[in-house]
Design a binder for this molecule. Sequence first.
Ligand SMILES: [Zn+2]
Length: 259
Amino acid sequence: MKLQLLPSSFDENGFASERQHLSCFVIDDSVAVDAGSLAMATNPWQKKQIRDVVLTHAHLDHIAGLPLFIDDLFETLDEPIRVHATADVIKILKRDIFNWSIYPDFSELKNKKGAVLEYCAFEVGNEIVIKNLTFKPIEVNHQVPSVGCIISDGKTKIAVTGDTAETDEFWRVINTEKNLNAIFIECAFPNELRELAHNSHHLTPKILSREIEKYTGERCPIYVVNIKPMYFREVVGQIEELEIENLQILRVGKVYKWI
Ligand SMILES: [Zn+2]
């Protein structure tokens, strides 16, 4: 399995920034998990390959690139972009994004080959298969309907929290899995903003350190993602102070590979 967190902003020299404004993982160059920078940061090969997008929730930083991705590829698609999400998230997308006011309702439009957007609803706890990957959605604790997931290609298995505050369910489910290769966990705010983290249902390094103690499976690398760009330095510093050996920051743009 191959995973890349796509870049979403530029540094002062015009190169991809290490700061993450948007959330979009691309797996095996062909399936996206969230769509924050899907239109903006995919390479031509990924644009050609990605026809399945799994959404954890409908917050803007996780979906911003989806309408633009479909728009960019509209004429060239010979199969629809399949958006996999819970019924709650699909309802929000239909009502608030693809509503002809914010953007066209692509589910009503067709190109010469047919449909360009198809909604595929999944339920929490029910595994779905997309290409060579299985996804098991797990309910997490965010302000809006949100899931994390376990993703497997039969050889490699990873767990992704998505956006969440403290959660027992995520850890309960992943603790039943054997041989996880990596865990990806959010940590949006620094410790000083505990109140804001609480109100917006996110983690701080201190809360994160208590969360990962709930993991009872075999030790594996744990990567921190979704750090609010404005607090990147503070959060990274506080994570380093935890001195947890297998905990590290996921590098934006880097391709991680497992055999
Ligand atoms: Zn969110």
